[in-house]
Design a protein around this ligand. Sequence first.
Ligand SMILES: Cc1ncc(COP(=O)(O)O)c(C=O)c1O
Length: 423
Amino acid sequence: MTVLEKIKESKKFEDFINTKQGDDIFAKARLVNEILETEPYTGNEGLGIISTDKLKGEYEIKEKDGNIHPVIMLGSNSYLNLSTDERVVTSAREALNKYGYGMGAVSNYAGITELHCELEKRIANFYGTQDSIVFPSGYGANIGIISALCSNGDVIINDSANHASIFDGCRLSGADIKVYPHSDMRVLERILKKLPSEKTGRLIITDGVFSMDGDIARLDIITDLAKEYNCRVMVDDAHGLGIVGKTGRGSAQYYNVTDKIDLHAGMLSKSPGGLGGYCAASKEVIQYLKLYARTYFFSTALPASIAGGLNKAFELFETDSAGRAELWEKINYLKNKLINAGFDIGHSQSAIVPVMIYDEEKLFPLHYELRENGVYTNVVTYPAVRRKECRLRLCVMRDLTFSQIDRAVKILEKISKKYGIIS
Ligand SMILES: Cc1ncc(COP(=O)(O)O)c(C=O)c1O
């Protein structure tokens, strides 16, 4: 059997990427497309197009055959509905009217406005740090921060469930990469104990809220271990910002360790509803990143309209008027309903609620039927998680109604019983 035949046979996503058949670099693209033609449920086309009238709070989906139908939205990271919140949109619109729609330059040249500076100040104040830096992309923020601060000779210790952008930043840095199983603090300590003394810089990186499980990193233990073993700590709180912690300051606030985190990274694309990423830290570190983080230095700045919207979003976080309490009512309501129906929802502590399926053969058709019946969830499998841990990921939004949640769970229950997920 040739390598190509083997790939066709196995139909596994990772096999295409890892192929070393000395063939044209586009050969794998052709094979993926051939397989997608015979696999109706997989691939991004199989997931449909969300054709929304978001400002009216309605969600519709356009299927491959052109059929458009409404869905209950359980797949958005705009947990507080700020991407469409009139207060935020008005602020973005005012900035758009004043500055136009693109910045035309990177931040260090002519790419920033007073709105960008205000945003950096707000983010720093939010965490109580001296300063912050805003990147035009969240993915790029992690790549830029890590690869600027770490290099050959340093060691970075990661939770296995950290986001892909963190791992990519680690690889690009050239540092030695260590990984502990998800939230396994005993293995983390074992790794730290064994670190050779010649490894100079040491950085522990973790998601705050894990993007596929919705649980919170043990930052209480991590910060203690970091102190004991002389490590810096970076937290990517993309999914905790504005939601987790007593006043929505995120995962570090949840454990009361905000001042023990050296690098508060996060994304402006999830609960703030915009785009971009940030790092809040000491003045020195931020100044260094503005010169050495290549995804900042060499990438055009965030549009002013987004910065304008984000300033309003942070104002809402600061005054706790973004609807966090309302969101938590909906989160708890959904979680209780799912547990009562017999679903395995893991250990969620946030607006991300996994519904474990554990069987990829069932996952895609189940997701498809859910969608046909008016419920949109994220479908999660390799490379985001291990195949045998595949799942639906439900994201709760503030503006969901209790009756929409009732209806969604009822539909999920009915279809999951058919597939033997629950009895
Ligand atoms: C934990 C985490 N970090 C980083 C990112 C990248 O952020 P963005 O989508 O804004 O580029 C994501 C988004 O999926 C994420 O979940």
